[in-house]
Ligand binder design. Structure first.
Ligand code: EPU
Length: 418
């Protein structure tokens, strides 16, 4: 078991380049199944979730070649199975995209029930509702989701909750359905637009991605032969912006789409952190005291739930009492007990955390409870006096490419040990 050891209180300084978006990559890789041709995908992050998906697709019959550190060539002409049930699938939340993609290609899909980070109930009822609306029958047996359709026929789908996964999954199935599907109350996250752009590059007809009504006109065949570049990772960018503020540093975060960062930029500025926004980079610097703020996480364009854990660590430094209300997940404050080991004064009541500041965190042995909780421990470790040892870091590796290398280049004292 590897661990990250951080000696904190070093100001982060310099430049960091953000990798491709995890949550776009984990949808676009399964989406390639919808074409029986080939494609090249660039700006793919080199993270554990991506390598698990590569293995799953290879098992299904894909021919995948790594062209360089961030590009994959994928040829799906030989995929001949609609059954994705290997052990790895249970580890990965995004394996649910195999359902929409295999269903779109074969009118059938058998996929192990998805796993992933645990922060409360993670239902897939809206995904199922969408598949059923398109004419599929969905059964869950022995831990597998079995989906079958005579043919898929476009239909209106109204999502009862704004769901990123359901929006993308329904899009994946609907691009091959006969006729028109409309998804109402769709999620608007940047990676939804990215997946739609990728599918449109294969010849799909999707309009309205990025708004709450998406209209998909099904196509019989999606072509291959194109190259697509994934957008930069909004959450990785946000994590470095927060880490810069947390260490009173001065960091230029490069390869970002500033529009995607607006909710975080606004909150950092409200906290009295300096943020300069350029075309495709953002500089975050601060030597001053940080002011308390209240935050509520919401679907995009609201403040992202995936940045809630790392910004909680930062708020331990703020003058006064801050609150964070979690508006997306039921139970995403489990990591708070780990922060308390480092001296944080945080009370959690239901979906709200009350963070008393300023507190000087001190290093301690802590666990990464999930991916973004791991990011919270890293930010806290960078701020803290003394040594922080983070265990369970395979969670962090699932979503952050070369984290300790990037942090070290900014002057952090971080080491990975066995
Ligand atoms: N929900 C339902 N029914 C469904 C689907 C979702 O009730 O069928 C509820 C969930 O319980 C939750 C809310 O809807 O309360 C939103 O869930 P959503 O479906 O949007 O989440 P997801 O697609 O499973 C993705 C990201 C998460 C991110 C959320 C919200 C991927 C692979 N995962 O999850 O990212 O927190 O959207 O933005 O894209 C992460 O990267 O660390 C991560 C957890």
């Amino acid at each position: 078991m590897e661990k990250l050891v951080i000696h904190g209180q070093k100001r982060l300084k310099g430049e960091v380049t953000v990798s491709g978006a995890k949550n776009a990559a984990v949808a676009i890789i399964p989406a390639t199944i919808l074409s029986d041709g080939d494609c090249t995908i660039e700006n793919i992050p080199d993270i554990l979730d991506v390598s698990i998906l590569k293995d799953i697709l290879t098992d299904l019959g894909s021919n995948i070649k790594k062209l360089n550190d961030s590009s994959l060539y994928i040829d799906n002409s030989n995929i001949n199975s609609f059954t994705a049930t290997n052990k790895q699938i249970g580890k990965l939340r995004a394996s649910y995209y195999l359902m929409g993609a295999l269903l779109g290609r074969f009118n059938k899909a058998v996929v192990t029930f998805p796993g992933g980070c645990d922060f409360g109930v993670r239902p897939i009822d809206q995904h199922i509702k969408g598949f059923e609306a398109l004419g599929a029958k969905v059964e869950i047996e022995h831990g597998k989701v079995i989906i079958t359709a005579q043919k898929l026929v476009g239909a209106p789908v109204y999502l009862d909750v704004v769901s990123v996964g359901a929006t993308i999954n329904i899009m994946l199935a609907a691009v091959k359905a006969e006729g028109v599907t409309t998804i109402e109350n769709a999620a608007k996250e940047p990676h939804i637009v990215d997946v739609a752009n990728f599918l449109n590059a294969m010849g799909a007809d999707i309009k309205g991605a990025g708004t709450d009504v998406i209209k998909i006109r099904g196509k019989k065949h999606l072509k291959g032969g194109h190259t697509y570049t994934i957008i930069p990772d909004q959450i990785e960018a946000g994590t470095y912006m927060i880490a810069a503020a947390a260490t009173k540093g001065d960091v230029l975060v490069k390869n970002v789409i500033p529009k995607h960062m607006e909710s975080l930029t606004a909150k950092l500025q409200e906290m009295n952190v300096k943020v300069d926004v350029f075309d495709d980079s953002i500089r975050v610097y601060s030597r001053d005291k940080i002011q308390k703020v209240n935050i509520k996480t919401l679907p995009y364009p609201g403040f992202p739930t995936d940045l809630q854990p790392p910004i909680t660590s930062l708020l331990c430094r703020a003058e006064g009492t801050s609150t964070i209300t979690e508006g997306v997940w039921d139970n995403r404050f489990q990591y708070v007990d780990e922060l308390k080991r480092m001296g944080a004064k945080i009370k959690v009541e239901g979906r709200m955390a009350v963070i008393e500041g300023p507190v000087r965190l001190t290093g301690a042995p802590v666990r990464a409870m999930d991916l973004r909780a791991g990011a919270a421990m890293v930010v806290a470790g960078l701020m803290a006096r003394g040594e922080t040892v983070i265990s369970n870091i395979s969670y962090i590796d699932r979503g952050y490419e070369r984290l300790e290398e990037k942090l070290r280049a900014l002057g952090a004292d971080v080491e990975r040990i066995k």
